[in-house]
Design a protein around this ligand. Structure first.
Ligand SMILES: Cc1cc2nc3c(=O)[nH]c(=O)nc-3n(C[C@H](O)[C@H](O)[C@H](O)COP(=O)(O)OP(=O)(O)OC[C@H]3O[C@@H](n4cnc5c(N)ncnc54)[C@H](O)[C@@H]3O)c2cc1C
Length: 467
């Protein structure tokens, strides 16, 4: 059944609702009024302190489970010099400090309790150069980037939620709805401007500070310095795309995952897809194929299971609107992830990891394709060659947060046994013990060395930083 754009806008919205730092050297330092007066006097942007108008809204992270984080100050940076000034002040006063892009860190690491938020939101320009490279301010959100690039007929592979920041997404890798066709967001990075913890503003690229450039591509936000802008290569927008959704009823998850897993790995790179598995065993399969609908239908004929299909051949802006909709402005959630080592042999057991839960669901995405055109040590993102990513996501809603944490933990531990232990660093779970080894794998040692070189005193240290 072909459907209108309005119909698609309705259905994809239902599919998914997702998508304190430590002071350098130990104890958090107090916030002397002199320090803030000094910083305020030198900032091009505002400095918000508790009690200031706007502070209570500006401090809120995306994950409202962490609304109790009350930063000592929020510096709204409008230029790289503001970032340099913030890091100098943090270093001098041994303050907790963290950069904030889109504020979507799962554990609200960009909102350090009692610390200084280096808020890059005002630095959100997207400039497209005649040669097709885009210079993007580190405070830009994905919605800004999609719109500005598409207006010029260009695109980048980005994530599924328009309010996520380009900074966190890129620094952790960047999965999205066309990643099998285009690769990860970080694969398109060509250079970045970075303020190091000794307050130098440097340009980082393949030729300049190559170790840091390697680490910025998948090493995880918050670890290495504060990026003020990114320079990306871009691609021309595809002329036509086909978006689709197939729904399967309760109890069908084992069969659907069993058919989908080999299919999603065998289809051509132009096709990316995701299965959302609910606790009742129903499945929402959505995806996007670069090309006309006949191309998609030819591939779906080999899926091996069938449910009611909705699909539409659309242009790129419409596909973007459809594939990135349905996210609330904020949400209270717990989440965790596992990346498969290879093909899993017990899809029924994978589906059972959330069976009967009150909150936890699985978001199972196909990897491979263009993601694997780079090797596992080419950038800090280590999971090249892995066929699937499984995120366990639990919305808290009216449930006790401890119950949701338990459900997510149980499913994540079971998945580690069933599919492999890899972890996607952008879905950083503060409850997960093995996050560093499984998030960075063979790249951990090199990444630690780079982090220590560029932040020797641990100015940017937080509970899950690479040290
Ligand atoms: C609703 C939702 C949907 C999502 N969808 C996707 C998706 O489709 N694909 C995907 O791959 N991921 C997705 N994610 C995960 C997302 O990529 C990570 O949470 C990412 O870290 C968020 O980046 P941010 O800039 O919004 O967050 P922030 O909280 O601002 O930053 C995240 C981390 O990066 C650090 N940081 C921020 N800015 C900078 C900077 N300029 N320089 C250095 N460090 C910095 C912060 O200190 C923090 O540690 C989603 C998350 C949510 C909540």
């Amino acid at each position: 059944m072909a459907v209108s754009r309005r119909g698609l806008l309705r259905w994809t919205g239902a599919a998914v609702v997702a998508g304190g730092a430590v002071a350098a050297g130990g104890a958090p330092a107090g916030a002397g009024p002199g320090r803030w007066a000094r910083l305020r006097a030198h900032l091009g942007g505002e400095l918000l302190l508790p009690g200031d108008a706007g502070y209570d809204t500006a401090r809120l992270p995306f994950n409202s489970l962490f609304d109790h984080h009350r930063p000592a100050a929020i510096a709204r940076c409008v230029r790289p010099e503001d970032v340099q000034r913030c890091l100098a002040e943090a270093r001098r006063g041994r303050l907790r400090v963290a950069a904030r892009g889109g504020g979507h860190s799962y554990a609200a690491y960009s909102t350090p309790h009692d610390g200084l938020v280096v808020d890059l939101a005002p630095m959100n320009d997207v400039e497209l150069r005649p040669d097709g490279t885009a210079v993007i301010g580190a405070g830009a959100r994905l919605g800004d980037v999609y719109a500005a690039l598409a207006a010029a007929g260009r695109c980048l592979p980005l994530g599924n939620c328009p309010s996520v920041g380009i900074a966190g997404l890129t620094l952790g890798g960047g999965l999205g709805w066309v990643d099998r066709a285009f690769g990860l967001t970080c694969d398109w990075l060509r250079a970045a401007r970075v303020v190091t913890t000794d307050s130098r503003l440097i340009t980082v690229s393949e030729d300049r500070e190559p170790d840091l450039f390697w680490a910025l591509r998948g090493g995880g936000g918050g670890n290495l310095g504060v990026v003020t802008s990114f320079e990306f290569a871009t691609a021309p927008v595809p002329e036509v795309l086909t978006v689709f959704r197939m729904r399967f009823p309760a109890g069908s998850a084992a069969d659907v995952l069993g058919a989908w897993q080999p299919w999603s790995a065998a289809v051509p790179d132009h096709l990316s897809s995701t299965c959302v598995v609910l606790p009742d065993g129903s499945v929402d399969l959505t995806g996007c194929s670069l090309g006309p609908e006949a191309l998609l239908l030819g591939e779906l004929a080999h899926l091996g299971v069938a449910g009611p299909l909705e699909h539409a051949e659309v242009d790129y802006p419409t596909a973007t609107a459809i594939m990135t909709q349905g996210h609330p402005p904020r949400n209270a959630f717990r989440a965790s992830s596992r990346i498969a080592d290879g093909m899993w042999d017990d899809p029924a057991a994978v589906a059972d990891t959330v069976r009967g839960k009150d909150s936890a669901l699985l978001i199972v995405g196909a990897l491979g394709g263009a993601i694997d055109r780079l090797g596992p040590t080419d950038t800090a993102y280590p999971h090249r060659g892995a066929p699937t990513s499984v995120e366990v996501f639990g919305t808290v809603g009216d449930l006790p947060p401890e119950q949701v944490t338990r459900e997510v933990d149980d499913a994540q531990s079971a998945l580690a046994r069933l599919i492999g232990t890899g972890t996607y660093i952008n879905y950083l779970d503060p409850e997960q013990d093995d996050w560093a080894e499984t998030g960075y794998r063979h790249n951990l040692r090199r990444l630690r060395a780079v982090a220590r070189r560029y932040d020797p005193d641990g100015v940017l240290r937080f509970p899950q930083s690479v040290r």
